[in-house]
Design a protein around this ligand. Structure first.
Ligand code: NI
Length: 173
């Protein structure tokens, strides 16, 4: 497994805005990508990562919502689709490995029903709520080139990007 570079809005905004393509087959090459993504996410550390965040425009997401000392519970989502979303929404303070150091509240459907292919290529349908619902919707946005800051007001989004750029400049200095 290889830790890959995570793209950020500071240097890779155009790539992050790309719409990712559906995966044709869940094969060993794709599993290698998912293994690398998981390793990269754990190293960051983060709880979710979309393939475009390592520069691969394919509809693939990895996630692990295990807390603290709990055993790791990696999850893989290939070609995920939302079949249903609740009218009820819930706010959550989101962050993103591609928008470092920025956290802000986003309102999303509280529950969603999903269909996707797993690590073995088998189709799964399940309902998500709580942090799982937040995370899968955040990651699925990445597949369509949407960042969580795109859900904020224009002012807040511009401020967030300026802050990331300023931090990157400070780090480079
Ligand atoms: Ni993100």
């Amino acid at each position: 497994m290889t830790i890959r570079r995570i793209l950020t809005v500071e240097s890779d905004l155009a790539t992050l805005k790309q719409v990712s393509a559906p995966v044709a087959a869940v094969d060993d090459d794709l599993r290698r990508l998912m293994d690398d993504m998981l390793e990269t996410m754990y190293d960051a550390p983060g709880i979710g990562l979309a393939a475009i965040q390592v520069g691969v425009p394919q509809r693939v997401i990895v996630m692990d919502l295990a807390k603290g000392e709990d055993a790791p519970t990696p999850r893989y989502f290939v070609n995920p689709e939302i079949l249903w979303a609740s009218e009820e929404t819930a706010p959550y303070e989101e962050g993103c490995l591609s928008v470092p150091e920025i956290y802000d509240e986003v309102e999303r459907p509280a529950r969603v029903r999903l269909r996707y292919l797993g690590y073995d290529g088998a189709q799964v349908e399940e309902e998500a709520e709580g942090i799982f619902a937040v995370c899968i919707q955040h990651e699925m946005d990445h597949l369509d080139g949407v960042l969580f800051i795109d859900h904020l007001s224009r002012l807040k989004r511009d401020r967030a990007i300026a802050k990331v750029k300023k931090a990157a400049r400070a780090e480079a200095a």
